[in-house]
Design a protein around this ligand. Sequence first.
Ligand SMILES: Cc1cc2nc3c(=O)[nH]c(=O)nc-3n(C[C@H](O)[C@H](O)[C@H](O)COP(=O)(O)OP(=O)(O)OC[C@H]3O[C@@H](n4cnc5c(N)ncnc54)[C@H](O)[C@@H]3O)c2cc1C
Length: 377
Amino acid sequence: VSNTEHCDVLVVGGGPAGTTCARHLVAAGLDVAILDRQTFPRDKVCAGWLTPPVITELGLDLNDYARERVLQPFTGFRTEIIGGTPVDTDYGEVVSYGIRRMEFDHYLLERSGARTLLGEPLSHMEREGGLWWVNDRIRTPLVIGAGGHFCPVARHLGARPGRDEHPVTAQEVEFRLTWEQQDHCPVEGARPELFFTPDLTGYGWCVRKGGHLNIGLGKAGQHRLGREVSEFCRYLQANGRLPFRLPEKMQGHAYLLYPQQRPRPLFADGLLLIGDAAGLAYPQSGEGIRPAVESALMAAETVVEAAGEYSAGRLQPYAERLAARFGPRRAEPERMPWLPRSLKHSLATHLMSNPLFTRHVVLDRWFLHRQQPPLFP
Ligand SMILES: Cc1cc2nc3c(=O)[nH]c(=O)nc-3n(C[C@H](O)[C@H](O)[C@H](O)COP(=O)(O)OP(=O)(O)OC[C@H]3O[C@@H](n4cnc5c(N)ncnc54)[C@H](O)[C@@H]3O)c2cc1C
């Protein structure tokens, strides 16, 4: 029996980028299959913070979503530089949501309307006569790489994760609080807590979502993350933010922020990268779901316009759309490299203990991106 599959578009990766792109291509009448190495529901290392434009861009029906899933509204934040004085910012309205990726990604996958090929990694791809043969059995004119940071399609295009790239690395744990822990946990669901590292190259977080707690820390640059994460947990325990031991080990992951000194190639004949595979997360906050969804929308628009002719030239508008939305992909040299690190640090410590700066710059601009309306509202 032949198990050969044909499709108009093969999306590799069923995360937010892949399912969003697939959904729009299905709506445009294309036969789309999503290939993922995992079976769903599957977990994903992520704090699960969604900013409101994501809800708009996904056309998410929050009532439907929340019927059987965790949806935690956030109305404020507590921020501090580790060891400094916390600043509480209260918006008096919902400014973000907390979700569990296990539930969220499964919901988006089922809603996409695409065929699913789950539990099968992309292990091999080859081009023959203008078509791709994936895993020697799936035949398609277009492969969309949405496989996250280590996406095999990105590797095929020349990306070398762990070699000549500079990702953020992060560790995180999410677990269900016992009833007793729920009573004693001082972190409020409506007010996630952010803890910036003294060198300002990253931050830790405590995010409570219903009866779950998510704790983690992510940083850019060369460092010993494991040690920093342990110190962060000890700090939380010493300050009463975490009045019990973590029940599980932290999970680690890496991903690229936008822009990069050496951006990954984005497209080629019959190939396109979206989401983390393309390295798009916001540089100040590390938010990656919104750029993943937006890149998926821009990719879908480009693919529909290409009308079945997927040469690199026909896919080029995707790169132009990304640059118009997120700016140039190549990072510029560091600003003010002559400014001593200690001075930058004391300046930042001073600014970040100021409630107005925290609200209008750190939260509104860097974390909530309130200055940038949703794509295709
Ligand atoms: C610790 C941490 C916390 C974060 N917190 C947030 C947050 O709170 N809010 C936010 O917006 N962003 C956050 N991010 C970033 C966010 O998780 C990512 O940017 C986002 O998941 C990218 O979505 P994606 O669809 O591109 O990739 P992913 O969600 O990574 O999905 C990729 C899919 O590809 C599949 N895949 C991988 N390899 C293969 C293969 N060989 N063959 C087939 N399938 C494959 C995987 O199984 C997976 O399902 C966080 C990241 C980390 C590491």
